[in-house]
Design a protein around this ligand. Sequence first.
Ligand SMILES: Cc1cc2nc3c(=O)[nH]c(=O)nc-3n(C[C@H](O)[C@H](O)[C@H](O)COP(=O)(O)O)c2cc1C
Ligand code: SF4
Length: 433
Amino acid sequence: MSGVLTPVLTAHWDEPDSFSLEGYRRAGGYQALEKTLRVPQDDIVATLKGSGLRGRGGAGFPTGVKWGFIPQGDGKPHYLVVNADESEPGTCKDIPLMMATPHLLIEGSIITCFAIKANTAFIYVRGEVLHVVRRVQQAVAEAYEAGYLGRDILGSGYDLDIIVHCGAGAYICGEETAMLDSLEGYRGQPRLKPPFPAVEGLYSCPTVINNVESIASVPSIVADGADWFAGMGSAKSKGFGIFSLSGHVVAPGQYEAPLGITLRELLDLSGGIRAGHRLKFWTPGGSSTQLLTDEHVDVPLDFESMVAVGSQLGTRALQIFDETSCVVRATLRWTEFYQHESCGKCTPCREGTYWMVRVLDRLEHGQGSEEDLEKLLDMCDNILGRAFCALADGAVSPVVSSIKYFRDEYLEHQKGGGCPFDPAAATLFGDSR
Ligand SMILES: Cc1cc2nc3c(=O)[nH]c(=O)nc-3n(C[C@H](O)[C@H](O)[C@H](O)COP(=O)(O)O)c2cc1C
Ligand code: SF4
């Protein structure tokens, strides 16, 4: 079964000095950059387009196509902003990647900037993970020292500066246009699109915004070629990605595999559901993606197949819940998160998340009624597609999907006058039977 895994980004994570420049170079690091600096910039964009890499931050937009939107010969500075704000509940791949191999992100950033003709890049890291900020800063300093950053990189005549920027810990700042406002020193709130960042982004200049994992995938694509990458994965979801398993699995962690792998295969690799229990529900890509159940374990984890079953691939954050978990409680907890993180700019999200928490709280505590379920669905209807950004659409996902699959469980709370689950049972590990 281990043949299913394709460790590329994670290949050197277990080496004690994988994060140092020396360790990275020993693993072949910075060879793709040397190759890049010898070819025309547009060839790199063409390679990325040919690879079929789609953004790993959740939305899955083709990376090479995004780079191709940057206007040429416009006389304006171009920027790269790396989205390292990782805050989606369950998502935990970019932070370990930056801890284990920060130079992979730096090499990918330099190649990307060269391709889009940018001389400044920002890595926007969420401020709570100070150890990660320090690790990336240290790697950037090493890269300057070694001549991979700064003036006349490796004698090519190309200049680049990378600035590591610390966010203040707001989920909304991971939304790409809110991130730009935050970088410019404003309160992080989404901007109206169009204009899109590729045309008018940071300081009103053409800007590419990409997720950490997307950028970290670039060196291997340049080194091994578009066909190598496109040879993995499924028809329209090419390549490999990091699948993050958490919750009620025997061996939670990061599993790098081709897109299109199934949850069943990932459960086999991770030792399965904890002993004596069975799968109840799961998220394919963080809490903003619609819940799925044990009916869906054989659905390929790729962009198209997830949409076909009414969910989304998202960030491949697979949060696994067994039968000891209360779906109403989990949904309430996620909705509290969205209420807390709503930036307040628009009414459907600001008010909608507040009221959804109120209704879910009453349902969880057995004080709700069947009409409350209709009320919740009605609220979701008034939020989905009617708010300013995708945070609100994400907030609706767990509510609608939990009612779709577990309506009876909601009603059981009402009949029994409270939650029928023991919250401790879901958190006890080891011999928890
Ligand atoms: C509320 C919200 C939070 C987001 N948080 C992140 C994040 O932490 N990291 C990320 O890469 N993308 C996040 N995104 C998606 C970004 O807006 C954007 O699509 C992504 O950074 C583009 O990079 P990619 O094309 O490489 O995936 C978020 C979107 C929304 C609506
Ligand atoms: S949908 Fe929510 S997070 Fe997005 S702009 Fe509106 S209030 Fe802010």
